[in-house]
Design a protein around this ligand. Structure first.
Ligand SMILES: C[S@@+](CC[C@H](N)C(=O)[O-])C[C@H]1O[C@@H](n2cnc3c(N)ncnc32)[C@H](O)[C@@H]1O
Length: 394
């Protein structure tokens, strides 16, 4: 049996006997890692006539697992530049498989060929407070000018600050805001949303209340708004800090009546659609000062106590903001909270040398931010465009 290294070595040396040998050993029942390497090494060979015949047959051979098809497609991408047969085969594979990985490879390849740069607007150089409905107020912000957005959206039917006619209307509203965020976030940067399931009050004991798995539905609207899934971080709170749901079961011990205490919330990490790797975003920070001795949260479970605030019913703990800012933004970045509430993200962002853009609709919270956090440009009542030019915000 050949090792991966041996196959690689054969691929690097371009000659007829290696090509024939590679085609022959492809037929042997080797482990998938070896077979992948064989396809890749065949793809490197110069005799395009033979390589094409091999790729064309194997691309549609139903016995080949998708991992091999991806490798075949990769060869087609690189050879399509100079050989029309491969560019036709490339298109045929796209049409035949309708596969998201193949589509993504195709888009990444095209983007690289065009040697495009990331679109970035002029730098926003001052903290801003945008008062009003975020789906409208964000219009003042230039596209691609925000490096990170982190937020905790209004709870569906939280009595203190939101009331929607239906869950469908709530999701529609959230989607409008997410679309507005997508426009302003720089390509390839993160949009991070903190949510947990909610329950609405029932009208009487004879009715069942509805519990909404908000994060499942948010996934769909985030995708529709132009983001894709990266990670889910689970925020874990101490059990005594959450409402007790399990006491009924403790008393009766009757199966079916079990309701566990919910000590977690979801931190949904999404990235704005783009056709390049994160390396391209990171290249913008050549003089980045590495904090070598910093503690690192190695798992996706973050243990953080919740925060209670007399002025707002659902504030972020500062520690949660600190971690999100630390792992998903650089110093000097402009960061956005489209549902700012009491403005916790902005407060922490300023301490960490980021420039916050805070959006809030509720007058009481806007006043709270202004009182507690002086120094924001507040664009209320002014023609946004004119004002932003006057004070040279970016
Ligand atoms: C869960 S709270 C955010 C709390 C915040 N993370 C903090 O630390 O204080 C959600 C906030 O979104 C605001 N909000 C709801 N709909 C909005 C909209 N369309 N535009 C702007 N703000 C909105 C609510 O008034 C509420 O203060």
């Amino acid at each position: 049996m050949y090792s991966v290294e041996q196959i690689k070595a054969m691929g690097k040396e371009h000659n007829e006997s290696n090509l024939l040998k590679l085609i022959e050993i492809f037929k042997l029942p080797n482990p998938i890692e070896i077979r992948r390497e064989i396809v890749s090494s065949i793809g490197r060979q110069d005799n395009n006539d033979k390589v094409y015949i091999f790729m064309k047959y194997e691309a549609f051979n139903s016995e080949n697992p998708m991992e091999l098809i991806y490798q075949i497609f990769r060869t087609c991408l690189y050879k399509s530049k100079d050989d029309k047969r491969f560019s036709d085969l490339r298109q045929a594979i796209i049409n035949y498989y309708h596969n998201e990985n193949i589509k993504k490879m195709n888009d990444f390849y095209d983007f690289r060929q065009q040697r495009k740069n990331i679109k970035i607007s002029d730098k926003i150089n001052h903290p801003m407070l945008l008062a009003g409905d975020t789906s409208e107020t964000l219009n003042i912000i230039p596209e691609n000018s925000i490096q990170l957005a982190f937020t905790s959206p209004p709870y569906y039917n939280a009595r203190e600050y939101s009331d929607y006619k239906s869950y469908a209307e709530y999701l529609e509203k959230m989607k409008d805001v997410f679309i507005a965020c997508n426009r302003v976030i720089e390509e390839g940067r993160f949009f991070i949303v903190n949510v947990s399931p909610v329950i609405t009050k029932r009208a009487g004991r004879e009715f069942e209340s509805i519990r909404y798995p908000i994060h499942y539905d948010f996934h769909k609207i985030l995708i529709e708004a132009g983001f894709y899934f990266i990670d889910e971080i689970i925020w874990i709170k101490p059990e005594p800090s959450v409402p007790d749901r399990v006491s009924g079961y403790k008393q009766t011990r009757k199966p079916l009546s079990y309701k566990p205490n919910c000590i977690t919330e979801s931190i949904m990490v999404y990235r704005k659609n783009c056709n390049f790797l994160l390396d391209k975003n990171m290249k913008n920070y050549i003089n980045y000062d590495k904090h070598e001795n910093e503690e690192i949260d190695t798992s996706n479970c973050w243990f953080i106590a919740p925060k209670y605030d007399k002025n707002h019913p659902a504030v972020f703990p500062e520690e949660l903001c600190r971690r999100v800012l630390k792992y998903y933004s650089f110093e000097g970045d402009t960061v956005l909270d489209p549902f700012a509430g009491s403005g916790t993200l902005g407060r922490v962002a300023r301490k960490m040398n980021r420039i916050p853009i805070m959006c809030e609709i509720n007058e009481n919270y806007i006043e709270l931010i202004e009182r507690e956090e002086p120094g924001y440009y507040d664009l209320r009542g002014r023609s946004h465009k004119k004002y932003s030019q006057q004070i040279n915000l970016w």
